[in-house]
Design a protein around this ligand. Sequence first.
Ligand code: BLA
Length: 234
Amino acid sequence: MFDSFLSQLHDDIRQRGGQPAAVPEGLELCQSDKSGGTIESWLWNVPGFRRWRVTRLDAGESLQVLNSVAYPEHSLDHPLMGVDLLWFGARQKLVAVLDFQPLIQDNDYLERHFTGLKALHERFPELNGEETMRSFDPNQYFSPWLLFCRGGAQEAQGSLPTAFDAFLAAYWSMHDQAVGQSALSPSDVEKLQDAYDVYSAERDPAHGLFTSHFGKEWSDRFLHEFLFPASQPA
Ligand code: BLA
């Protein structure tokens, strides 16, 4: 379902000089004995970023996922790039979340980094359904202009491909414009990025899903070592 998005994301990353980095052993790929689902992950070193991770889950008709988070270098206070796309084929159900995930909710910060995303929020009203968050807090690490849709095939095949394209372009553009204008110190950025990992590992609604496909032991490792490494118990 999201293969063309995955190719586009990886093409962009390579064009930006991204180099593949090692995913911790055993977490790159896992195939479920139970469901036949496969989860595959990639890690990239991209100039301007300290970590860029990408994951695809292919469980056939039951579920397709593309998930990615980009963490800018600590010297840049930019929002993280967050993508979470899910397609439940049997129910023809789409959950799509695309956001520039803000480190803080301060007005000046939002003014500075969110012009591009605001424009997309207006351009794609069908993808900003004012959905209610059940596990996350919309005021922590989500922006007021996130594209968030619980929809169906119409949205998935209609606006989403164009919106995904425009979203990536807007994120790169924000990144390029904001280089060298950090209002937060590198140590504050580090603390806030680490707190994002801790917060996300606690709230991520995916853990149950991973456990059901790949077992608890693998899923715990994946969550703490790959998805949100700063959430690892010391
Ligand atoms: C929701 N994300 C979900 C759900 C699942 C996943 C199963 C619940 C579906 C629903 O609400 O109907 C799946 N999350 C995953 C998977 C991974 C993951 C498979 O991390 C990892 C491979 N989630 C993110 C990122 C964002 C994000 C980067 O991982 C930001 C753009 C957002 N996902 C997000 C939001 C919801 C969600 C806002 C709705 C949660 C809620 O209702 O509180």
